[in-house]
Design a protein around this ligand. Structure first.
Ligand code: IMP
Ligand code: MG
Length: 172
């Protein structure tokens, strides 16, 4: 495994993002809802939530189009829904990576229909060269080239989520 983004780089960037998000949501006088998109965002969300100094709740959902492959089908399905309604709430969706953009588009349409007070997206990683629609997260940790990456929550066929850095598989 080759290190693409080290633990130190992740930590530094996530603390900066946490500060930026804290400042952004300072104007909101009620707890925001951090929505983690399972399973890839679980490590990022744990670190980001602790880097944010504002009242927040957490909830989770999951969507899937990949199965065990590495190519998005474009046919994204909601697999697990939130535990609580979000109508009138300020919602920040936490994603691991925006690749084709199909997952983000699907989540946006599902969540927007529930009429949150605000709906924004933060993604640890962005692969803009792979985009198949006009989607973009509001905040991005790192923009990367078109590599299939694993670690820090991201998997390949379910494995390597526990690798503490973002890495690219190599053949040696
Ligand atoms: P999209 O719908 O194509 O944008 O894909 C979003 C989802 O695909 C992400 O939330 C990941 O779960 C998965 N994904 C996309 N690229 C990678 C990658 O390089 N490594 C691991 N998972 C990925
Ligand atoms: Mg995902």
């Amino acid at each position: 495994m080759k290190v693409l983004i080290s633990e130190a780089q992740l930590s530094e960037r996530i603390h900066a993002l946490g500060a930026e998000l804290t400042a952004h949501y300072a104007a909101v006088d009620e707890p925001l809802v951090l929505v983690g998109v399972l399973r890839g965002s679980f490590v990022f969300m744990a670190d980001l939530a602790r880097a944010m100094d504002c009242p927040l709740e957490v909830d989770f959902m999951s969507a899937s189009s990949y199965g065990d492959g590495t190519v998005s089908s474009g046919d994204v399905k909601l697999k697990t829904d939130l535990q609580k309604p979000i109508e009138g709430r300020h919602v920040l969706v936490v994603e691991d990576i925006v690749d084709t953009g199909h997952t983000l588009a699907k989540l946006r349409s599902i969540l927007e229909a529930r009429q949150p007070a605000s709906l924004r997206f933060v993604s640890l990683l962005d692969k803009p060269s792979r985009r198949e629609n006009g989607e973009a997260a509001d905040w991005i940790g790192f923009t990367i080239e078109d590599h299939f990456v694993v670690g820090y929550g991201l998997d390949e066929a379910g494995l390597n989520r526990n690798v503490p850095y973002v890495g690219v598989k190599t053949n040696d």
